[in-house]
Design a protein around this ligand. Structure first.
Ligand code: NAD
Ligand code: ZN
Ligand code: ZN
Length: 361
């Protein structure tokens, strides 16, 4: 089977191989033939070690496809069903899933059942990235990670919902709960940031300021709902002009301590800075000890868009079906698996929103 494998953390290329095997589905598991898979910055972070990942590993975690086999006891999906891969699905039974908490905080599958190697190459185990592994023709996962979708949703569109779109839109509508008429700034206009901009637009924000280093990204951001676009060093002037005392909400969709701090600084007293970007485990962000109390700002992390994938994937599909959410426009490059390293170079350079790999044909 063809796959893109990260041999060792720190490698700057992923290896294209054609001899990876996927495990048979055990009880409660399914095998999914991947039809399309988007390239998310977290894949790059898995390569650099920003996101810890045992290797060798099949990268990719933003995928959609068709159920090809079901293991014993699986009733939620059947052979032939179209599904989106959820890289961190709720188990349904733990404290987070059943208590007065949120199922999106469940990590029983992500850090439990998903950690076992799902693939092999020459008899040696190969892991799947971030509880998934979708840069491959087929993957075997716990059934909870396969969320059924209607057959008429194109796989390319569906794949984006598997990570970037759910993460970005969800940060705005689920985590921060952006209110109509509010002012919003979004740092980083990749797939996740553009999705956050769309989430803010859907929520009825009045001002949506996109911040990026690339002029082309600022232009693109306007197509998705940004009302303004600026480079980081131009933000303070625009903030003063638009809001006076700061934005109601800021979203960080880059993953750098400096922009996380900038997001905190950009919001008004009582405002919310929502951190979506994934920073390295050895990095810290510091805050003025007096201001933490005085400004009463909310510093809020956002994991997978605080989404319940069982209902939110469908909600996002319906928004797309009725023209409320532009997913087609987010696909800036359609490629084959063999082009994966160029797509990663694009991402390093900050060009394009999402590259989507298609296995069809
Ligand atoms: N919270 C979650 O559950 C979750 C899920 C998916 C992805 N993520 C994270 O979200 C982040 C964004 O992912 P993506 O796929 O959109 O990435 P991306 O690489 O496509 O986009 C990042 C954007 O930030 C811009 N940028 C880089 N440095 C900048 C700076 N200093 N100032 C302003 N702009 C800058 C780039 O030009 C690019 O447009 C990553 O950290 C990723 O790991 C988090
Ligand atoms: Zn992702
Ligand atoms: Zn759970």
């Amino acid at each position: 089977m063809r796959a893109a494998v990260l041999r060792t953390t720190g490698d700057d290329k992923i290896e294209l191989v054609d001899d990876v095997e996927v495990t048979d589905p055990g009880p409660g598991e399914v095998t999914i033939e991947i039809a399309a898979t988007g390239v998310c910055h977290s894949d790059l972070s898995g390569m650099t070690g920003v996101i810890p990942q045992p290797t060798p590993a099949v990268l990719g975690h933003e995928g959609a496809g068709v159920i090809s086999r079901v293991g014993e006891g699986v009733t939620s999906v059947a052979e032939g069903d179209h599904v989106i891969v959820a890289w961190s699905p709720p188990c349904g039974v733990c404290k987070n899933c059943t208590g007065r908490r949120s199922p999106h905080l469940c990590t029983e599958i992500q850090f439990g059942r998903s950690l076992m190697p799902r693939f092999s190459q020459g008899g040696n185990p190969v892991f799947g990235f971030a509880g998934a592994g979708t840069f491959v023709e087929a993957t075997t996962l716990p059934a909870e990670a396969a969320v059924k979708i209607p057959d008429d949703v194109p796989f390319e569109v569906a794949s984006l919902i598997g990570c970037g779109v759910t993460t970005g839109v969800g940060a705005a509508i689920n985590t921060a709960k952006v209110e109509p008429g509010s002012s919003v700034v979004v740092f980083g206009c990749g797939g996740v940031g553009i999705a956050a901009i769309q989430g803010a637009r859907i929520s009825g924000a009045s001002e949506i300021v996109a911040v990026d280093l690339q002029d082309a990204k600022l232009e693109l951001a306007r197509q998705f709902g940004a009302t303004h676009g600026v480079k980081p060093d131009e933000l303070d002037a625009l903030k003063a002009e638009l809001t006076g005392d700061g934005f109601d909400y800021a979203f960080e969709a880059i993953g750098l301590p400096v922009t996380m701090r900038a997001a905190y600084d950009a919001v008004r007293r009582g405002g919310t800075a929502c951190i979506i970007g994934v920073g390295a485990t050895d990095k810290e962000v510091s805050f003025n000890a007096f201001e933490l109390f005085f400004a009463e700002k909310n510093l809020q992390g956002s994991y997978y868009g605080s989404a319940d994938v069982r209902s939110d994937f469908g909600r996002l599909i319906r928004m797309w079906q009725h023209g409320r959410l532009d997913l087609d426009g987010m696909i800036t490059r359609r490629i084959g698996l063999e082009d994966i390293n160029e797509a990663l170079d694009d991402m390093r350079a900050g060009t394009g929103i999402r590259s989507v790999i298609s296995f069809a044909g």
